[in-house]
Design a binder for this molecule. Structure first.
Ligand code: ADP
Ligand code: MG
Length: 265
């Protein structure tokens, strides 16, 4: 991977306005094939809006430029071209694990029996062996997130968008899931764009961390994460990690202050 390679995703001056509310203001963002890029920013800064555009659910304002795999595209051209895990996991309560996992393939018109067999094969890798027939209410929060992730991985697109997938998990489950996700990512070699509001998570997972400004969102700061892979739990106490965290936290705090003011009470 070099800086001169053709980016898989290239956004320029991307803006989005909803009526009176400007959510995004001039986002410039390039993602190289195979990269794991994490995006962190204050609540309400437009992170999910950015993903809704890249997944083809919303069109940006005119003047925004989207390039995907070297071609200039409309947002709607990207519908079905990227795998997207929205912020809410949206498992269907009346479908079991397997049938939730194959949903996007089914919508796409894939052979259902074949998709089910493939999902069965993937269960152990996603920590779901023996859970094929369970329904979402029978699963823990971590397991539900793994079903949603398995669904996203099964929809085999080069670019994967994950919107705060671990946001609702307790700290212990969350750090286990982070290590597990890196293992799965290393096996499948996808390009990942990952939203989080957690700086530790952003550094631990990413090749590169992008910090967004307060709304209207733009990219405020970008830092490469020069930490070796595979990454283990002890990484978070290394001096390199802590220095980078300090740097990023300063930028995020500056932006959060704009939203909430210096005194949160
Ligand atoms: P984040 O994911 O960073 O928390 P969002 O992208 O969800 O932020 O929201 C950014 C801003 O855009 C918020 O002020 C939100 O209320 C607004 N917004 C998002 N989607 C819509 C929509 N479909 N219609 C109107 N306003 C929206
Ligand atoms: Mg969001």
């Amino acid at each position: 991977m070099t800086d001169t390679a053709e980016p898989i995703l290239d956004l320029r001056t991307l803006s989005k306005t909803f009526g009176e509310v400007q959510a995004l203001n001039g986002v410039d963002l390039k993602v190289q094939p195979g990269e794991f890029v994490t995006v962190v920013g204050p609540s309400g800064c437009g992170k999910s809006t950015l993903f809704n555009i890249v997944s083809g659910l919303e069109e940006p304002d005119s003047g925004s430029v989207l390039r995907f795999e070297g071609r200039s595209v409309m947002a709607r051209d990207l519908l079905g071209k990227v795998s997207f895990m929205p912020q809410r996991d949206l498992l269907l309560a009346w479908r079991n694990v397997i049938d939730n996992a194959i949903l996007p393939l089914e919508i796409e018109g894939a052979n259902r029996a074949e998709a089910r067999r493939e999902a069965e094969r993937m269960l152990p890798e996603f920590g779901l062996a023996g859970f094929a027939k369970q329904y979402p209410h029978e699963l823990s929060g971590g397991m539900r997130q793994r079903v949603a992730l398995m669904r996203t991985f099964m929809f085999k697109r080069d670019l994967m968008l994950l919107d705060e997938p671990f946001g609702a998990l307790d700290a212990l489950t969350r750090s286990m899931m982070q290590r597990w996700l890196l293992d799965v990512w290393q096996k499948h070699r996808r390009t990942v764009l990952f939203i989080t509001h957690d700086v530790d998570e952003a550094i631990f997972l990413g090749d590169r961390v992008l910090v967004m400004t307060a709304r209207p969102g733009a990219i405020k700061l970008e830092r490469k994460v020069d930490l070796p892979r595979p990454r283990g739990a002890d990484l978070v106490t290394s001096p390199e990690f802590i220095a980078l965290k300090r740097d990023l936290l300063d930028a995020i705090e500056e932006e959060s202050m704009k939203t909430f003011g210096p005194n949160p009470h």
